[in-house]
Design a protein around this ligand. Structure first.
Ligand SMILES: Nc1ncnc2c1ncn2[C@@H]1O[C@H](COP(=O)(O)OP(=O)(O)OP(=O)(O)O)[C@@H](O)[C@H]1O
Ligand SMILES: [Mg+2]
Length: 603
């Protein structure tokens, strides 16, 4: 029985689902597959049944030439119709058993394979959810997505078709060799003179094809990366009228992919017919020597026919196993990358001694905090303290480190040096869930999920009822809701394409407000709101911050002026700190100059 996905795929990489991006396949490692074993455990009986059925399929296939031998030698030669009838009956039985076992086996193999890989995908996804923000900022989304899609697919290919092919063809190969030697070792030896060149050709094919298939995988990755990049940047592409050149870039990547692909086709075109030719040679050799032996009465006709039958079922598995090697390689590359994700330890995992943060007042203190995304610190020895209920505005030039400070306060990162304290609790020793429940972060881009408006607003508090949701929306002045066709039930698309940037921002405010946080962190959240709404938003923000500790990264004067304290950040340091009145009084001070410039533009 042949594996689906066939041996003579002519080198089409259909089976080799790409595993992009970039990170090339390293040689398959021992023990890698062992890591998959626990995933099979829940389906142990079905897995064993699959293997059992594979044995049946193999045995049924191997019995056919032997039956022919018996039919010829004991039925035809001995003119015994009973034997012939029995043999024909067994033929039918072997065919039927092989067919039914094959059906059951491929059904079970797919069932188990799909379950196992769904489990693996869910585990990997859950793990990705737990990995700290830093991991996701370092890793392109496309790469994480391909771990969960194309890499899983490549593994699925191996676990279902690949394992079937490996077991059935491997057993057939061994079975044929054993049977041939049992029949007649001299003839078997003669048949296997073909073995050294065959082994050589197969080894060469493995080496060359591995290289070429790897190139195919890399080039497919290029194509996908180009596609993803261009489509996600479509606004810029169209805005600058670069459709033509972007399409050309894709065409070039496509062309390179096609060439890589073609080189595997050429190789397969050389190898597979080559194996066929050797099979032909072996058959001729057996026919020649075999018939000599038959004439000398050293061999029966039946055995000779069986020999030829077995020989052809010897070459078929060779071809299939050679092809399987590529499936195996891509699957190993994929598995290695998936395990790479699973083995990445979440850096912000709760320590064993972490405690639940009690209901907080909202005192925040940064104690000589130094932090860098890589080796170079971007925050240098920052001290900062925000009293409960106060609003701190962070201002400063782009790239100064404002967002980074906000991320440290929200504990998306831990400082490399120093401490961040909330009500005197070092955030490192606090259970994250207990912190998140009391703090709301509104990032610059108000992200919306696919789902209804209600789901989006109640994201942080799923048990909120419609009244709560409406109250939160009207509190932030999101009156556009009344104009929506289905009100709270309006379906929003993933990117919130049907809401304006400002409207998305209001939804993000409502989402934060609904969780009634003690600490509010707003990163430039007000910048995309139109002027009319802005006056309104000022009030809303004031209300939102009322009685809460708030850290606001603001670019607009009105917000900054209203803050209790202002910290001017530059190059990762707090260069000025105080109230608005204090800071404008500093002669030649940074804030005083900024303020002067603002006033000038406002006038
Ligand atoms: N995820 C990241 N990985 C590596 N470096 C980063 C990352 N985010 C920010 N940086 C670097 O850290 C420094 C501070 O960045 P940050 O985002 O805190 O600036 P910012 O003050 O918020 O600027 P802006 O006003 O433009 O938002 C910059 O030099 C930036 O290049
Ligand atoms: Mg920023």
């Amino acid at each position: 029985m042949s594996a689906r996905g066939g041996p003579m795929g002519g080198g089409r990489p259909g089976g080799n689902v790409p595993s992009w991006v970039g990170d090339g396949a390293r040689p398959a490692q021992r023990g890698l597959l062992r890591r998959l074993v626990p995933y099979f455990r829940p389906y142990l009986w079905r897995t064993l049944a699959t293997l059992g059925l594979m044995l049946v399929v193999t045995a049924a296939g191997l019995s056919v030439p032997a039956l022919a031998q018996i039919g010829i030698d004991h039925g035809i030669q001995d003119k015994d119709k009973t034997v012939l009838a029995i043999v024909v009956g067994l033929f039918v039985v072997a065919g039927a058993v092989g067919w039914i076992a094959g059906l059951g086996q491929s059904y079970l193999a797919s069932w188990v394979g799909e379950r196992v890989l769904l489990d693996l995908r869910e585990d990997t996804f859950r793990h990705l959810m737990d990995l700290e923000l830093g991991y996701h900022e370092r890793t392109p989304t496309g790469r994480s997505v391909s771990r969960l899609t194309s890499d899983i697919e490549a593994l699925l290919q191996l676990v279902t078709d690949g394992v079937t092919s490996l077991v059935v063809n491997g057993l057939t190969l061994v079975g044929v060799v054993v049977i041939l030697f049992l029949y007649d070792w001299r003839l078997a030896l003669i048949a296997f003179v073909i073995f050294p060149p065959l082994a050589l050709a197969t080894a060469a094919f493995r080496v060359y094809s591995a290289r070429r298939y790897r190139r195919v995988r890399e080039r497919v990755a290029d194509v996908l990366a180009t596609l993803q990049e261009s489509l996600s940047g479509i606004r810029v592409v169209q805005g600058f009228g670069r459709q033509e050149s972007t399409s050309r870039r894709l065409a070039e990547a496509n062309e390179r992919y096609q060439q890589a692909n073609y080189s595997t086709v050429r190789l397969s075109g050389l190898f597979f017919p080559g194996v066929e030719a050797m099979a032909g040679v072996a058959t001729v050799v057996i026919l020649y020597f075999g018939s000599q032996m038959v004439l000398d009465d050293a061999l029966t006709v039946g055995v000779m026919v069986a020999f030829i039958g077995y020989l052809s079922s010897f070459f078929d598995p060779i071809q299939q196993l050679s092809q399987l090697y590529n499936t195996f390689q891509s699957a190993m590359a994929a598995l290695e990358k998936i395990l790479g994700v699973l083995e990445t330890e979440p850096r912000l995992d709760d320590t064993p001694d972490a405690v639940d943060l009690p209901p907080i007042r909202g005192d925040i203190v940064l104690e000589s905090v130094t932090f860098g995304y890589g080796d170079e610190p971007v925050i240098h020895d920052v001290d900062l303290s925000i009293a409960a209920g106060e609003t701190l505005a962070l201002v400063g030039p782009t790239g100064a480190g404002k967002s980074t400070i906000a991320k440290l306060i929200a504990r998306f990162y831990d400082p490399d040096d120093g401490r961040v304290l909330v009500d005197g609790h070092d955030l490192r020793h606090v259970r994250q869930a207990s912190l998140r429940g009391q703090m709301a972060v509104v990032p610059q881009e108000g992200h919306l999920f696919a789902g209804t408006l209600r789901d989006n607003v109640s994201f942080g508090r799923p048990d909120a009822d419609d009244d709560d949701v409406r109250t939160a929306l009207s509190a932030v002045g999101a009156d556009f809701v009344d104009g929506l066709p289905d009100g709270l039930d309006t379906e929003l698309s993933e990117r919130g394409a049907d809401l304006s940037a400002g409207q998305r921002q209001l939804v993000a405010f409502a989402r934060a407000l609904l969780t009634d946080p003690r600490v509010l962190v707003l990163d430039e959240a007000t910048s995309s709101i139109d002027l009319r709404t802005e006056g309104r938003i000022e009030q809303v923000l004031a209300e939102l911050m009322q009685g809460r500790t708030s850290v606001v990264i603001a670019h607009r004067l009105s917000t900054i002026v209203r803050a209790d304290r202002i910290a001017v950040v530059d190059d990762g340091r707090i260069v000025e700190y105080g109230t608005h009145d204090q800071l404008i009084g500093v002669p030649g001070g940074r804030y005083a100059r900024l303020y002067g410039a603002w006033l000038a533009t406002a006038a």
